[in-house]
Ligand binder design. Structure first.
Ligand code: CU
Length: 114
């Protein structure tokens, strides 16, 4: 009886560990693909911190065209009409400030960690 109870405890611990491992994997999977919306002349979220290798997809939800453009980098979308998207994979660590080149007051930032 005692042995059974002990076995049960270990089994439960094992399941807990498995659960935690799966939860960690889930978080990592979500980090692999990040969405930024463009709504009402605003990048949302405006600032992001991601891991190197993460792809970010911007989608324009406005009725007005926008772009994603970071000076001095190759982060440069074509003009995005309503519901069009642009994806960029950040393969270098650093801080990337970007704007909409059509409306330079629109600003966003991506911080990429190792
Ligand atoms: Cu714009």
């Amino acid at each position: 009886m005692f042995a059974n109870r002990k076995t049960g405890l270990w089994a439960r611990r094992g399941l807990l560990c498995l659960g935690l491992a799966l939860a960690a994997m889930g978080v990592r999977a979500e980090e692999g693909r990040i969405a930024v919306g463009i709504d009402n002349f605003t990048f949302s979220p405006g600032a992001l911190t991601i891991r190197k290798g993460t792809a970010v997809t911007w989608t324009n939800h406005d009725d007005i065209p926008h772009t994603v453009f970071a000076v001095g980098t190759n982060i440069r979308s074509k003009t995005l009409d309503t519901d069009q998207s642009f994806t960029y994979t950040f393969d270098k660590a650093g801080t990337f400030n970007y704007i909409c080149s059509l409306h330079p007051h629109m600003k966003g930032k991506v911080i990429v960690t190792e």
